[in-house]
Design a protein around this ligand. Structure first.
Ligand code: 0O2
Length: 231
């Protein structure tokens, strides 16, 4: 996991002249921000454990792992700041907690499209998980071709004197979807470079190929498992 916490100090203007009161206020906010990030980190651990348990159980029952890999991240302070600014909100712990759903992020890379829904359903069935929002970009891909299943879930973390509900964004996708999204992100976010309409179209064609690959692999998976069932 990337370390977000140490970067927050970089947002403060160096050598800024502050009154004692202002400095104290900033330090309190910094402490609260660090604490909030640590809560999000705990929520990531909770969801990740649930996913690992599901993967383990499924592999015992079906002789294969539906999850290829799990990645997690806490949103960078600069990205948090940018998103709050876009929404016209102040940089405060309250504004973050109430308005941003993707501070804690988990990406689950599954083998086949069916696995994405199997894992999502099994996770959402658990009684301490509450679904806040779902965006199915597999059923309805984004216009640029992006595919993934996004879930915003709420999960409690158990602190010494408190049970705190925390939001986590879970992105589930296949290897093919992840390959496209990772490369598209790498190409798109190259600084000082304008993406032409032709390039957009080429990327869209790649997304179509990746969707076809998923469909073909899924068809082969069905044949393999049907044949094995008949034995
Ligand atoms: P990062 O660093 O990956 O987190 P919201 O206000 O949260 O409901 P938002 O943020 O537009 O609306 O949510 P959406 O559309 O569900 O997408 C959020 C995340 O999905 C992005 O996070 C990406 O991780 C991924 N994503 C969405 N669209 C694309 C796409 O076209 N290409 C790629 N490669 N990834 C995409 P962030 O915040 O951009 O960054």
């Amino acid at each position: 996991m990337e370390n977000t916490m140490d970067n927050i100090e970089n947002l403060l203007v160096p050598q800024m002249e502050l009154s004692d009161k202002a400095a104290e206020k900033i330090l309190t906010q910094l402490k609260n921000f660090r604490m909030l990030m640590s809560y999000y980190n705990c929520a990531i651990m909770e969801v990740q454990t649930k996913l690992n348990v599901l993967n383990e159980e499924y592999s015992l029952q079906h002789d294969r792992n539906p999850i290829e890999s799990i990645k997690s991240r806490l949103k960078e302070p600069q990205s948090i700041l940018n998103k709050l600014e876009r929404k016209g909100l102040p940089f405060s712990v309250k504004a973050i907690e109430e308005n941003l759903n993707d501070i804690a992020g988990i990406r689950v890379i599954c083998s086949f499209p069916e696995d994405v829904y199997t894992i999502a359903d099994a996770l959402l069935k658990q009684d301490d998980i509450k679904l806040i929002k779902q965006k199915d970009y597999i059923m309805t891909p984004k216009p640029n071709g992006y595919r993934s299943l996004h879930l915003i879930v709420e999960i409690p973390i158990f602190l010494a004197n408190e049970k705190k509900p925390m939001k986590v964004e879970v992105q589930l996708r296949t290897i093919a979807m992840d390959c496209w999204a990772s490369l598209e992100h790498k190409l798109k976010y190259k600084k000082d470079f304008d993406f032409t309409a032709e390039m957009q179209d080429e990327l869209f064609q790649c997304a179509v190929i990746s969707a076809r690959l998923d469909a073909k692999m899924d068809a082969i998976r069905k044949k393999v498992y049907e044949n094995n069932d008949k034995k």
